[in-house]
Design a protein around this ligand. Structure first.
Ligand code: SF4
Length: 76
């Protein structure tokens, strides 16, 4: 790969990763990334949210959080 293109690709990836870190409530669990999904779903490595992360990260954390909250409420 052309070194300039490679640097641009890495920079785009890091831009998306930093946007995930700055703007997503699920980052502590997910840690961003999902590069292939960003590229093939959204057409750019600079993007953040994808269908993949919604169903494999966000839905999982939301469901577990809801379950923990529900069980905690039932135990009281
Ligand atoms: S859940 Fe999606 S938007 Fe949030 S940090 Fe992970 S990849 Fe980024």
């Amino acid at each position: 790969m052309d070194p300039l293109a490679r640097g641009r690709t890495e920079g785009d990836f890091l831009t998306g990763l930093e946007d995930c870190r700055a703007g997503c409530a699920f980052f502590d669990f997910c840690r961003g990334a999902q590069a292939a999904n960003r590229y093939f779903e959204n057409g750019s490595l600079t993007t953040t949210e994808t269908n993949y992360c919604r169903v494999s990260r966000q839905a999982l954390v939301t469901a577990l959080s809801t379950l923990a909250t529900t069980e905690k409420g039932q135990a009281a």
